[in-house]
Ligand binder design. Structure first.
Ligand code: ADP
Ligand code: ZN
Length: 652
């Protein structure tokens, strides 16, 4: 059974897109500035002086001189002279402009210049014109001169606004706010949004533990009087969608205090130092609102153990953020009335420093719900739906092993959507079954093109799974087999996993044999291998490696576990065992898979006719249920699921 989960995509795309656009604009900007500085410099009149010009006049190179504003002389050279000057080697005149004037120099006063000029002109082989011109600077020149600066200012405004949008979020924008924490605050005064323990189903133990925190917040005085220190934080540990956020909100709701929520990934930014300053800001906000609850979702984004892969990435930024968080938690007084709740789905990879006394010293497990808890969660989410009066909630809970609270909420909503699509007045059982199927397997792909021979292969593959899992008594009981393509899968055998906490080696072997049975059946009936078994093989291989290397279930390797619950070592780079053991593990994995393969083969060979019957039935009906399998193979030795089949379920 593969399960779909919706991952919470909290980062908006915007914040990823912005920086890219920014680089583009930066490049354009630099090009403009560069061009205006160096491109223009390429053709500049040369600063000169009277004695040089005097000599040029004598050589007949000067055509005309213009006196501007009585203090500057602009020298226009003859075209030949310009050419000549430019071609001189290492000439300082290499970039003389051909148009307009080429040289300029400051004159002391017009009178002295005039007399010097008259003297020089006498020696010139040709006449030199002298003109006077009084003009104020052209406004176009002024604007052109300022252009780069105007650009700079516009550009600056642009990035400020850009950052504002990407970094602003709820707290409002502006580059000045980059270091501000974007905590979302839930207003407890709004009765529609207020969450209490009534909205959290199941999770009894977690609730008891977290109830304490409510008491700390409500009756802080009682504890203080006795000299007790109120804990600062608790860690909610559990798979996604099990209600960690919900629980934290409920604490705030019950205690009637503000609830500040932020995700761990919000601290991680591309700017150095931002994470740390956001942490500081978050605690600043919290202290002002105290008593209150601060909820940090996905704390693993910053709280991962330090020093892992240090040589590779050296993510100092994340480390700084984590250090700041630790400092803040140590820093605020125990009686400040701020309690930090953090959620993660892997406590083992968190830095141990986070769990030390005075920080997140309490860990509250929030696990996947058991059958009776699922019933309660259904009760919570069915409240809002218009239901078929004889809907059996027990039945729904039974149909959804391994579902999280979020999955169940999803099933309820999906069922209502399906019922509405069929124009029903109530949401009924078949709508729920269709919703469950859809959430597990994805959408049915009825129009996927599958050739008849492929269909046959798939039918025998799935019938193989069904046969072996039915006949090996420790395997999970089968609910139904289908050859309707759904999501990526071309067919599926659906089992009802038992609700169990430990698995025996025998159970695993039987399950592995059933998983391999698809491939075995193809091999026996068609004599060729197909790619259809990829998913099965992948699962089996991983499982058997875990059996050997983690659970100590192989004699040759021994009762040894190389599992690392701390997550400190990186198996990908350094294996905690010798080459010889590695070889042994590989050999054992091969042997065990071979053994399971043989089990499947034996079972199928002994039941060839019955398997064929099942496969034919599958080809005819596309979906086959427990009762049909039971009719063909007889009663099952192991547990048989008590699920009533419902043909409409798969026709949604
Ligand atoms: P997490 O934070 O553990 O990923 P959430 O608290 O965000 O999960 O849960 C997502 C949704 O799933 C909730 O909004 C709620 O509708 C539903 N849910 C999860 N667990 C429960 C529960 N125990 N009781 C009722 N609803 C639940
Ligand atoms: Zn298969």
């Amino acid at each position: 059974m593969a399960k779909k989960r919706q991952t919470k995509n909290k980062k908006n795309m915007n914040s990823y897109l912005r920086p890219n656009m920014m680089w583009l604009w930066t490049a354009v900007f630099i090009a403009i500035i560069g061009f205006s500085l160096f491109g223009e410099a390429a053709k500049e009149p040369v600063e000169s002086d009277w004695s040089s010009v005097e000599q040029m006049i004598a050589e007949g190179k000067v055509e005309r001189i213009e006196i501007v504003n009585r203090d500057e002389a602009l020298v226009f050279l003859t075209p030949e002279a310009v050419k000549e000057l430019k071609s001189e080697e290492n000439s300082r005149y290499a970039y003389l402009p051909e148009q307009g004037y080429q040289l300029k120099f400051q004159i002391g006063s017009v009178d002295t210049f005039r007399s010097d000029f008259d003297k020089a002109v006498v020696l010139s082989p040709k006449a030199v014109k002298l003109t006077y011109n009084n003009h104020s600077q052209d406004w176009v020149d002024i604007v052109l001169g300022w252009l780069p600066w105007i650009f700079l200012v516009v550009f600056w405004i642009f990035i400020m606004r850009g950052f504002g949008r990407s970094g602003g979020g709820a707290a409002g924008g502006g580059i000045m706010n980059v270091g501000k924490a974007r905590a979302q605050e839930f207003d407890q005064d709004d009765p529609n949004r207020k969450v209490t323990f009534k909205d959290v189903a199941g999770l009894e133990e977690a609730k008891v533990e977290i109830m304490e925190i409510v008491d700390f917040l409500k009756n802080a005085g009682k504890y203080r009087e006795l000299g007790a220190k109120i804990p600062k934080g608790a860690l909610l540990v559990g798979p996604p969608g099990t209600g960690k956020t919900l629980l934290a909100k409920a604490v705030a709701g019950e205690a009637n205090v503000p609830f500040l929520s932020i995700s761990g990934s919000d601290f991680v930014e591309m700017f150095v130092g931002v994470g740390a300053s956001r942490v500081r800001d978050l605690f600043e906000q919290a202290k002002q609102k105290a008593p209150c609850i601060v909820f940090i979702d996905e704390i693993d984004a910053i709280g991962r153990a330090r020093g892992r892969n240090a040589g590779f990435s050296g993510n100092d930024e994340r480390e700084n953020t984590l250090n700041q968080l630790l400092t803040e938690m140590d820093g605020f007084q125990t009686n400040a009335g701020v309690i930090v709740l953090a959620a993660t789905n892997r406590a083992d990879i968190l830095d141990k420093a986070l769990m030390r006394a005075g920080r997140f010293d309490r860990q509250i497990e929030v696990g996947l719900p058991e059958i009776h808890e699922r019933k309660q969660i259904f009760d919570v989410h069915l409240r809002k739906l218009k239901l078929d009066p004889d809907l059996d909630r027990e039945f729904l809970a039974k149909q959804t092993p391994g579902f999280s609270g979020a999955d169940i909420a999803n099933v309820c909503n999906e069922a209502a959507l399906i019922a509405a699509r069929h124009n029903k007045k109530f949401v009924g059982k078949e709508d729920f079954l269709a919703a469950v199927d859809r959430i597990i397997g994805g959408l049915e792909k009825k129009n996927k093109v599958i050739s008849p021979s492929e269909k046959r292969t798939i039918a025998f593959h799935e019938a193989g799974h069904a046969t072996v899992s039915w006949l090996l008594k420790n395997a999970n009981p089968l609910i139904k087999v289908t050859i309707i393509p759904r999501g990526k899968a071309l067919g599926a055998a659906w089992y009802l996993p038992e609700e169990r906490q430990i698995t025996t080696k025998e159970q695993w072997m039987d399950e592995i044999a059933s998983t391999l049975a698809g491939r075995v059946s193809e091999q026996i009936f068609f004599g060729h291998l197909s790619t259809g078994a990829l998913n099965d093989l992948e699962r089996v291989t991983k499982q058997v490696y875990a059996m050997v290397a983690y659970y100590g279930m192989s004699e040759a390797v021994g009762t040894i576990s190389y599992y690392d619950s701390t997550g400190q070592s990186d198996m990908a780079f350094t294996k905690p065992y010798s080459e010889r053991t590695a070889q042994q593990i590989d050999d054992e994995v091969r042997r065990i898979i071979g053994e399971a393969y043989a089990m499947a083969e034996q079972t199928i060979l002994a039941n060839k006719e019955r398997l064929t019957e099942l496969a034919e039935l599958l080809l005819e009906r596309e979906v086959v249920f427990t009762e049909d399998v039971e009719r063909i193979f007889g009663k099952r030795e192991g547990t048989t699921p008590t699920v009533e089949p419902d043909t409409t379920a798969t026709n949604a």
